[in-house]
Design a protein. Structure first.
Length: 66
């Protein structure tokens, strides 16, 4: 897998974090060995949603006025 930020090599990695104060959470994702970019399923889904909204704003539907 190639990093979208720098083009570097991505490796699969477990990310450990906290959710809701003190509940440990592990997430499986991809980390770039060059720049440190981390992408998991939630980050990827959010980026797709933002990209879709941006594309719709740039290319509004054509209206057929009579």
């Amino acid at each position: 897998m190639e990093c979208s930020r720098c083009g570097g090599f991505m490796v699969q990695e477990e990310f450990f974090g906290l959710q809701e104060e003190a509940f440990p959470v592990t997430t499986l994702g991809w980390r770039c060995v060059m720049c440190g970019e981390f992408v998991d399923s939630v980050i990827a889904a959010n980026r797709r949603t933002v990209a879709e909204k941006t594309n719709k704003a740039r290319h509004p539907a054509l209206s057929h006025a009579s």
